[in-house]
Design a protein around this ligand. Structure first.
Ligand code: ADP
Ligand code: MG
Length: 680
């Protein structure tokens, strides 16, 4: 009898090659497979009459094969199989591209349930490469609810089904349920084992709905229990008191006068840090609203009161850039700064660590290298996490744990609807930077198709001629995605087209030192064009760059594109943003148009939510909380409220969950850090 902790390699049909593909989906054990939920279901139980098919879409059709499948060779190695099927209402042509086996199974005169996409072109309809299942006389209703799993190139739904079947068989009879029985009864939720079976092997649509409701409740309940525990821990603490909260010298040292919003946020932070309670504040502000200065003020306040501050950024590039702007600013106030990143050599690291430990470094700027064990701080009293959604809850907690309940400031450009923020963050205070520094011109944004390629290339050249610099962003290309441009290839192509311009390339697989060198050279105007993947998405600040071109922009989320666009429009030069991909269908065009119409991050996030569904938005990357796999905190808001109330109640009676070992273990697991997350 296989156990859930067994490798999926024991499943028949899974060899080393397949196992490597499963690994890409983070599936190593049967348990992993069990916890990989379908992303959708195909309801093949609803049969459509052929005559009723009037729109493109996926359909289940119950029909008889009318003509012998005929194979033709179209191009080198490519085959096309055609036949016709019919029911009482009419007939429909079927084609299979490059799949002679599927067609070879069909018999003339036999009835099947076909399931697949119908394409309509004028009056011609065509069912393309459908799945088929024979209708046998004793099966009353052959249609089924079929789970659709997330896949990666090389894996099929059949592979996934095989592995989840094995996983379901390995579920022991006494499967522990993290949800206390009283809650299951109160909300009429199926137990854990039944819900899992229904999720992976549903008998009806009703099954799926009930199981999903239970999964959603469970996930939200675990989340709320974990958050509640974190909060309780903080509430009990007392905060360090900063003796000096004067800001005049800091404001005087700035090269510009702060916006009203910046002044307000900084003022509140100063009083938070003098209050005797630990500060927990989120600074939310659209890209370019000037969050860095707010963080700098906190660091200065800490240093002036004889304490140390740590400023954590998600990428090496960003950490280096922050050090570069903050060190001279703080130096005018007599405050010393040190940078600490993973890519520094041993001697540099040793020097930095010594300065941090002795307190010679009053402000420490770095990447998550800051939370390594070898780092000992000196009176650490303030902690900043920039682009906080890129860090997990646990990473932030780990940095805080380096000091004695330091004041915590997290910064984010991701707007979260207010009601939701309250539920998710609870007692976290929020400052909003709703003012843009003066003198900025809005970025002129265009969504274009391939037919504009030559004009855009000429436009790039023109901007450089006039003294500007250009970012070109390409999506990450996965194996097997042939029709997308990789950053490296695109850089070569651009260099060929514009031989007199200096083109550099930047991507996540480059060594950190190399990335930094390229970034600095670009900032120093040694390059005209920087072709990059989304490594430049967060924070990078080169005010002279005034044109951004995004290739295959339809591949990005709207909020991400907005974030990317924030890289330009930082200087006084008129800036432009051009999104390629508007020729990839109506949806793509409409999405990109939203960005052309507005520069308001909140509005864009709202549109993103309504168009894309909140699934992506609430993936871990957007808010730094544990990723939600099934719940959708907006659509499931009512359940979220119940889950939060129940979590509060249960923790009030049993703060450590000692009476609920399974619940406790699961909460713990949910908040555990996953180190495989790539931050670059
Ligand atoms: P973000 O909120 O995206 O992190 P930054 O802190 O990087 O924004 O600031 C963006 C740019 O605006 C930087 O070049 C910064 O020096 C500049 N800046 C910030 N505040 C002001 C201000 N009050 N007046 C003028 N420029 C400012
Ligand atoms: Mg920033």
């Amino acid at each position: 009898m296989p156990a859930l902790e067994d490798s999926i390699r024991f499943v028949k049909g899974v060899g080393p090659k397949k196992a490597a593909l499963f690994e890409k989906l983070h599936i190593r054990t049967l348990r992993d497979a069990l916890e990989t939920y379908p992303r959708d279901y195909e309801d093949r139980s609803v049969i459509t009459s052929i005559a009723d098919i009037a729109e493109d879409g996926k359909y289940a059709v119950r029909a008889v094969v009318g003509t012998e499948p005929k194979t033709t060779r179209i191009r080198k190695g490519m085959t096309l199989v055609k036949c016709t099927i019919f029911d009482q209402s009419g007939s429909l042509p079927v084609t299979y591209f490059n799949n002679p086996y599927a067609a070879a199974l069909l018999r003339v005169g036999q009835e099947y349930v076909f399931y697949g996409r119908v394409q309509i072109n004028g009056h011609a309809r065509m069912l393309v490469s459908p799945q088929s299942e024979k209708v046998s006389p004793d099966a009353a209703h052959p249609g089924r609810i079929v789970p659709v799993y997330p896949l990666t190139a090389g894996l099929t739904q059949r592979d996934m089904a095989r592995v989840t079947e094995a996983a379901l068989d390995a579920v022991p009879g006494d499967w522990p349920d993290p949800l206390p029985e009283v809650l299951r009864a109160r909300y009429t939720l199926p137990d854990a084992a039944d819900a899992l079976a229904a999720i992976h092997r549903p008998q009806s649509a009703q099954d799926v709905t009930e199981a999903r409701r239970r999964m959603v409740f469970e996930e939200l309940f675990l989340l709320c229990c974990g958050l509640q525990q974190l909060k309780e821990r903080r509430r009990a603490d007392t905060g360090l008191v900063f003796s000096d909260s004067s800001l005049a010298d800091f404001f005087a040292a700035l090269p510009f006068s702060p916006t009203g919003a910046q002044r307000r946020a900084i003022g509140v932070i100063a009083s938070d840090c003098a209050s005797g309670r630990p500060m927990n504040r989120l600074v939310q502000g659209d890209v370019g609203s000037g969050k860095t200065v707010v963080a700098a003020a906190l660091c200065a306040l800490a240093a002036k009161s004889g304490y140390q501050a740590a400023f954590m950024a998600p990428t090496e590039i960003l950490a280096a850039q922050h050090a570069e702007t903050l060190a001279p600013l703080l130096a005018t106030l007599g405050i010393s700064c040190t940078l600490l990143t993973g890519s520094m050599n041993a001697a540099q690291k040793r020097a930095a660590l010594a300065a941090i430990e002795s307190g010679a470094a009053q402000v420490v700027i770095g990447t998550h290298a800051l939370i390594q064990q070898s780092v000992n701080f000196y009176r650490l009293s303030a902690v900043v996490a920039d682009e906080q959604h890129r860090f997990g809850v646990a990473q932030r907690a780990a940095l805080s744990a380096k000091g004695q309940t330091p004041h915590v400031l997290v910064m984010s450009a991701t707007p979260i609807p207010r009601t939701l923020a309250l539920i998710l963050y609870g007692d976290l205070d929020v400052s909003v930077l709703d003012e843009v520094p003066p003198g900025r011109q809005p970025v002129e944004t265009y969504a274009v198709g391939e037919n504009m390629r030559r004009r855009i290339t000429a436009f790039i050249d023109k901007q450089i001629r006039e003294g500007g610099q250009v970012y070109v962003v390409c999506p990450l290309v996965e194996e097997g995605e042939m029709n997308l441009k990789s950053a490296e290839q695109h850089a070569l192509d651009l260099q060929k087209t514009l031989p007199h311009r200096r083109v550099a390339v930047l991507h996540g697989r480059m060594k950190s030192a190399e990335k930094e060198r390229v970034m600095q050279a670009f900032a120093a105007k040694e390059y005209d064009i920087l072709v990059a993947t989304t490594v430049i998405e967060v924070g990078v600040d080169v005010p002279n760059a005034n044109l951004m071109v995004v290739e295959d922009a339809d591949r990005f989320g709207l909020s991400q594109l907005h974030q990317l666009r924030g890289r330009v429009g930082r200087g006084t030069r008129q800036s432009y943003c051009i999104f390629f991909g508007a020729d990839k269908g109506q949806t793509a065009r409409e999405r990109l148009k939203i960005l052309c119409k507005t520069n308001d991050g909140f509005e864009i996030a709202r549109a993103d939510l309504s168009q894309r569904g909140p699934g992506d938005f609430f993936g871990r990357r957007q808010h730094g909380l544990p990723a939600l796999h099934v719940a959708d905190p907006i659509a499931d808001l009512a359940l979220m409220r119940s889950a939060r109330e129940e979590a509060e109640q249960i923790l009030q009676a049993d703060p450590t969950l000692a009476g609920y070992p399974e619940l406790r273990a699961r909460v713990h697991r949910m908040f555990e850090e996953r180190d495989d997350e790539a931050f670059n």
